[in-house]
Ligand binder design. Sequence first.
Ligand SMILES: [Zn+2]
Ligand SMILES: [Zn+2]
Length: 379
Amino acid sequence: MKALVYNGPRDVSVSEVPDARIERPNDVLVKITSTNICGSDLHMYEGRTDFDKGRIFGHENLGEVIEVGGGVDKIEVGDMVSVPFNVSCGHCRNCEHGLTNYCLAANEPDMAGGAYGFADMGGWAGGQAEYLRIPWGDFQCLRLPDDAKEKQNDYTMLSDILPTGWHAVEMSGLVPGETIVIYGGGPVGLMAALSASVKGAAKVMVVDRHPDRLKLAEQIGAIPIDDSKGSPVDQIMEQTGGRGADRGAECVGYQAHDPQGNEDNALTLNNLVASVKFTGGIGTVGVFVPQDPGAPDELAQQGKARFDFGSFWFKGQQMGCGQAPVKRYNRHLRNLIAENKIAPSWIVSHNLTLDQAPEAYQHFDARDDGWTKVVLNPA
Ligand SMILES: [Zn+2]
Ligand SMILES: [Zn+2]
């Protein structure tokens, strides 16, 4: 089969690899019809992780079931399914408590959490390919309704960014009528903005510096905050009568940098502490890593940050962090799409073939204007 293979920093190619196949009785084999390029793929694409050469990217997968193992009861050939980016077994101690983001059976024995096509997440093949093997298929696959094909650009957001954006808002503790500031207007930040609106936020503010992203935020009623035009903290204070936002979300991650390009992994975290009110809550879903050998300074290379803990403590704030447990939210979010309550496809800028993926990575990595979200359609 054809798959997008990582050859080294900023070097990917579409290559012929052995076919994905059923390996265990509870596996499901999916023909991938949509698989998205994610901001977190870029950390690996840029060589800022220990992702092995020769591996396949792709953790935002949707497709048609073409084969099931002998132990699969529920999922059937022909089903259109969304596959959570978390690989999870369903019966370990963490999965039993709904913590499928920290499954104990999907990674090395002393590591929790698995993901398709991701560094340090269990070595599972990614879905930017023609076919993908889904282990624990009955537990993992979310069946989609009859309009799966027409609304594929909406449902394709269920595998990661929509639940991840929702999770950021959930962890921030937002209740209806509150204000929230979202740092990062990339795909996850925009999904957090959409989620906050659905959850009844009185005011949603999105901080970014790319006009195309800020425009998308504005399209769903969020207030765009351009941090290249002045301190984002000052702008949030102005928007909130000097009190700060009730809630905040971090949707940028460890490669945060100022408008001039100076990287500082604590930049958005410290801006959040400063922009959120005393006793406010923050949800951090941007990726941070325990080691970052490619970082510009020594502290960051060890995965550490100059986090303004003094102000965070003094203000009595709370923070939740980590990858999202997709299965906690994806069924309900699917229903919101099915009933036309939300249409997350408004951020999609490109539908491309698998062969066009290397070019798409270049554009998305360069943050080229208009490349807001790329959906690859291998089938
Ligand atoms: Zn993703
Ligand atoms: Zn598990």
